[in-house]
Write a protein that binds this ligand. Structure first.
Ligand code: FPP
Length: 252
């Protein structure tokens, strides 16, 4: 069973009137969790849950485009996910590659720039790296939205890589500050996420964008990722808009 965006029933969910389109988060991060549980509940292999997650991904990205979110980052494979069973890892490598092949033209036509955050190490098959590079090249001039796939990504690894780059530059200790580290993150131009959504009710970050989420609002809907649709994104944005962000200061 392969899900596609066309599996979605009927018209897309409308934007709720209580969502203030003038205060939409600039950057939303998503931890796409719950695919395995979704599949188990149906007596299906875990991989079918990942496959069903594709329709969710597309609907959420389309919903984000609809309300003017400029950056979206999707956690697709962590530096720790190599610990999963070999068959699942192999599936995820192929799935991410085939998802790109299936979806990149449609994303490109919608003005989405595709990026990848993570380590390009020897464990990522060369054909997957090739597809990633093709998608980056195809969409590099798009500016309606930046969609970053966090792939072979770890927040701690990103900070380690930034520190390594600083050391390689021969930086003096007193020149190491937050700005210097930020300059060496995978995407220095990427604004910190305003909102991070982790589906499936788990209330963990699991090594996602550790540096960048210092002041993000976190929302943990119970929805399993394959059931996630743009209406859940809209609900999360409405909840985000009710939060008071202080960034360490006080509100008057
Ligand atoms: C973190 O939980 C979650 C992720 C790294 C997301 C992984 C997502 C997928 C494998 C599916 C990708 C789906 C699509 C549609 C591209 P964790 O399980 O790594 O961490 P935990 O052990 O703390 O729960």
């Amino acid at each position: 069973m392969t899900s596609t965006a066309s599996d979605l029933d009927g018209a897309p969910d409308p934007v709720p009137p209580e969502l203030d389109l003038s205060r939409v988060p600039v950057h939303v991060g998503c931890v796409m969790d719950g695919n395995g549980r979704w599949a188990n509940a149906r007596g299906l292999p875990r991989t079918e849950g990942h496959a069903a997650g594709e329709a969710a991904l597309l609907d959420v990205v389309n919903g984000a485009l609809e309300i003017g979110i400029k950056w979206i980052t999707l956690y697709a494979f962590s530096t720790e996910n190599w610990r999963r069973p070999t068959d699942e890892v192999r599936f995820l490598m192929n799935f991410n590659q085939s998802l790109l092949m299936r979806r990149r033209d449609e994303l490109n036509e919608k003005g989405v720039q595709i990026r990848f955050a993570g380590r390009r190490d020897w464990r990522v098959p060369r054909r997957v790296l090739r597809r990633m590079d093709e998608s980056i090249a195809l969409t590099k001039n798009n500016s309606r939205m930046v969609m970053t796939m966090a792939f072979n990504y770890g927040g701690r690894a990103e900070i380690v890589d930034a520190v390594r780059a600083l050391v390689a530059e021969g930086i003096a200790p007193d020149k190491v500050d937050e700005r210097a580290i930020r300059r060496h993150l995978y995407f220095p131009d990427m604004p910190d996420p305003d909102l991070v959504i982790r589906t499936s009710g788990e209330t963990r970050i699991s090594n996602f964008l550790l540096w960048e989420i210092a002041y993000s609002e976190l929302i943990f809907p119970d929805t399993l990722w394959p059931d996630m649709r743009r209406r859940h994104l809209y609900q999360a944005v409405v909840e985000f808009q009710q939060r008071v962000r202080r960034f360490g200061a006080v509100t008057s």
